[in-house]
Ligand binder design. Structure first.
Ligand SMILES: NC(=O)c1ccc[n+]([C@@H]2O[C@H](COP(=O)([O-])OP(=O)(O)OC[C@H]3O[C@@H](n4cnc5c(N)ncnc54)[C@H](OP(=O)(O)O)[C@@H]3O)[C@@H](O)[C@H]2O)c1
Length: 267
């Protein structure tokens, strides 16, 4: 049997890289198209994984893809079409959070408009365009799977749960010392609806689609690993193995939902 072709964006670091490693640890054979904004970082990550898992039957192929750049998206998908002719699993993992930069440096950092536009551009618009461009390749698969990595902060239904720090109101008065992550979490809520749209659009093509909420992870997201840890961040390996289990069929009964370990995340 030929390897399953898995294309992962933002796979040179953090959760994405751990997903690659989780696939390398699997008994199933994968060709992992390891997407990175920087081809050098993608190549280094592919070398690292090969060295760490020399006996794996999986293969890692570095691919340059910047999801804020339509030309880069087109070139990546053209490359995949000409070399592999299909994608069995697309994992939209690339994501970014810019609110923290604004909270830290309101004068010298990005403007609020830049923070909001870029958050939506990466997490929602760019992810949608990548998915649209890759869709014909997914339709060439016998068992196509489409995953979007969303966030636990994206749920509307649980946004009044003040046990989570991200839902607590700041002190009375102005200015507020921090607005937390409104642009990031809103863009991920947008991603959740976008996933619903892809579920609808590709229903007759039998593409299995999910948003996967991997938990708060100790990665460099937002440039503040310490804040991630304060929010109770767990080892990204745990999130990565969850994603691999979804790729391998563990949550096929929950297609079209935002899934998290053990349950379904309320809308
Ligand atoms: N960390 C958490 O607690 C957490 C929780 C829930 C969901 N998530 C989601 O998990 C995913 C991975 O995040 P992470 O925690 O692993 O953070 P990370 O370590 O910062 O990794 C993010 C990845 O996305 C890439 N990326 C950013 N902008 C991109 C663009 N325009 N085009 C292509 N790639 C781009 C980054 O590339 P560079 O290396 O070039 O910067 C990096 O590879 C994101 O979607 C994030 O929202 C994270």
């Amino acid at each position: 049997m030929s390897n399953s072709i898995v294309f992962i964006t933002g796979a040179n670091t953090g959760l994405g890289l751990e997903i690659v490693k989780a696939l390398f640890r699997s008994s199933k054979a994968y060709t992992v198209l390891l997407g990175g904004r920087s081809i050098e970082n993608a190549e280094n990550a592919a070398c690292q994984v090969r060295e760490e898992y020399p006996d794996s039957s999986a293969i890692a192929v570095p691919i340059q893809v910047d999801i804020e750049d339509d030309e880069s998206i087109r070139t990546a998908c053209d490359y995949i079409r000409s070399h592999y002719a299909r994608v069995d699993v697309l994992i939209n993992n690339a994501g970014a959070s810019f609110d923290q930069q604004w909270n830290r440096d309101r004068d010298g950092g990005p403007t609020m408009r830049e923070v909001w536009n870029r958050s939506w551009n990466v997490n929602t618009t760019g992810t949608h365009i990548l998915t649209y461009t890759c869709a014909p390749l997914l339709l060439q698969s016998d068992d196509p799977r489409l995953l979007f990595i969303t966030s636990g902060t994206s749920t509307l239904a649980e946004s009044d749960n003040v046990v989570l720090g991200v839902n607590r109101s700041p002190e009375k008065g102005w200015p507020k010392s921090s607005l937390m992550i409104p642009a990031y979490r809103s863009s991920k809520t947008g991603m959740n609806m976008m996933m619903r749209e892809w579920t609808r659009i590709l229903k007759e093509d039998r593409v299995k689609t999910w948003c996967v909420s991997p938990g708060v992870l100790a990665t460099g997201l937002g440039g503040d690993q310490e804040m991630n840890k304060r929010m109770g961040a767990i080892d990204p390996i745990i999130g990565a193995e969850f994603v691999r289990d979804v790729v391998e069929g563990a949550r096929d009964q929950d297609v079209g939902r935002v899934i998290r370990r053990g349950d379904i995340q309320p809308w």
